[in-house]
Design a protein around this ligand. Structure first.
Ligand SMILES: C[C@@](CO)(OP(=O)(O)O)[C@H](O)COP(=O)(O)OP(=O)(O)OC[C@H]1O[C@@H](n2ccc(N)nc2=O)[C@H](O)[C@@H]1O
Ligand SMILES: Nc1ncnc2c1ncn2[C@@H]1O[C@H](COP(=O)(O)OP(=O)(O)O)[C@@H](O)[C@H]1O
Length: 306
């Protein structure tokens, strides 16, 4: 059941992302890695409510899955986002934020970035700021590489450090099964392991034609075969038991499997809703992951809900 919205509050729903492809170049001078990635928003949502507070006051309360792992001080990405928005456009405002987590923390699903994007959208509405999407996107990019995508959603190609987006030509609705792990993985640690493994692709990474053609055609079988993540070997060396999760899902008939982003969530593509149900039941009964969830994609980015 959805909790009643406070009369003065704004509620925003924001999706998790998976990376259908993640091609990583050698680190730049600022330490970030140049990327060519295909982001895909899936129907696994966090919810954020913003309520008015006195000027300069920003607080956050977090409930739901993994809530105890989320900081509630000024390092919370939603607080940082609200503060930054106020600094830029609404210095006389503050906000009381509440987040209900469903996206696992440090799961490679960009839950923190999603909360940052949700705070931008919620506070812009709460403070009646009439901003262009471009203005929100610029603030989002300052907050983190994955935050702009959480604003737009859908399926999009990311470049730069992931913050530069163009919509992908994509057709169809895809059925995903997501296998969550007991414990998250740190994004900087996985990039660090990637560097240590020395598996650098070309300085200008690119997404394969196979994957882009599969999306254009809406061909799930071809997409399953083309899923591709350069960070996957690094995530697997840090968390070797993910190998068994991947192999089990493929044995159970998934069209493809990929570690999402820096992991440890594994995304399996199924050919239909019934195949996804069968796959999720099979994976759950193996008892090798914390939770198994079904989701569809693409879905839209952070939106106010009434
Ligand atoms: C790996 C990806 C793939 O989408 O997602 P997650 O697995 O975190 O969800 C992203 O690149 C994560 O983006 P995000 O989590 O927003 O990263 P940021 O806050 O900008 O950066 C956190 C740290 O990750 C590393 N980093 C991030 C992005 C990038 N292109 N190169 C990097 O090397 C840097 O060490 C940086 O200090
Ligand atoms: N609102 C937030 N929700 C989740 N994590 C947050 C939030 N704000 C800051 N963090 C921090 O960001 C880290 C990365 O979390 P998350 O974005 O869920 O994972 P990932 O980068 O793997 O996609 C967490 O370990 C947590 O300390």
């Amino acid at each position: 059941m959805v909790a009643a919205l406070p009369p003065t509050g704004v509620r925003v729903r924001v999706p998790a992302k998976i990376n259908l492809a993640l091609k990583v170049g050698p680190p730049r001078e600022d330490g970030f890695h140049p990327l060519a990635t295909v982001f895909h928003a899936v129907s696994l949502y966090d919810e954020l409510i913003a309520e008015p507070a006195p000027a300069g006051e920003f607080t956050v309360e977090v409930t739901g899955d993994d809530a105890e792992l989320v900081p509630t001080d000024d390092t919370n990405l939603a607080v940082r986002a609200a503060r930054r928005l106020a600094e830029a456009y609404a210095p006389a405002e503050g906000a009381r934020l509440s987040i209900k987590k469903t996206i696992p923390v440090a799961g490679g699903l960009a839950g923190g970035s999603a909360n940052g994007a949700a705070a931008l959208v919620a506070c812009a509405e709460l403070w009646a700021l009439d901003l262009e999407q471009e203005e929100l996107l610029a603030l989002a990019a300052e907050l983190g590489s994955d935050v702009p995508f959480a604003l737009v959603g859908g399926t999009a190609i990311g470049s730069g450090r992931g913050e530069r987006l163009v919509p992908a030509l994509a057709r169809g609705c895809y059925h995903w099964v997501l296998a969550f792990s007991d414990e998250g993985l740190s994004t900087p640690k996985v990039y660090g392991r990637y560097d240590d493994l020395g598996g650098l692709t070309a300085p200008q990474p690119t997404v394969s034609d196979e994957l882009m053609n599969a999306l254009r055609a809406g061909d799930a079988a071809a997409l399953g075969a083309a899923l591709d993540n350069d960070l996957q070997p690094a995530a697997l060396t840090l968390r070797p038991r993910l190998r068994r999760v991947i192999d089990t899902g493929l044995d159970l008939g998934a069209l493809g499997a990929v570690v999402s982003g820096s992991g440890p969530t594994v995304a399996f593509l199924a050919g239909s809703e019934s195949a996804a149900i069968e796959l999720s039941v099979g994976l759950s009964s193996e008892g090798i992951c914390r939770t198994v969830r079904r989701a569809v994609g693409p879905v839209h980015g952070a939106r106010v809900v009434t």
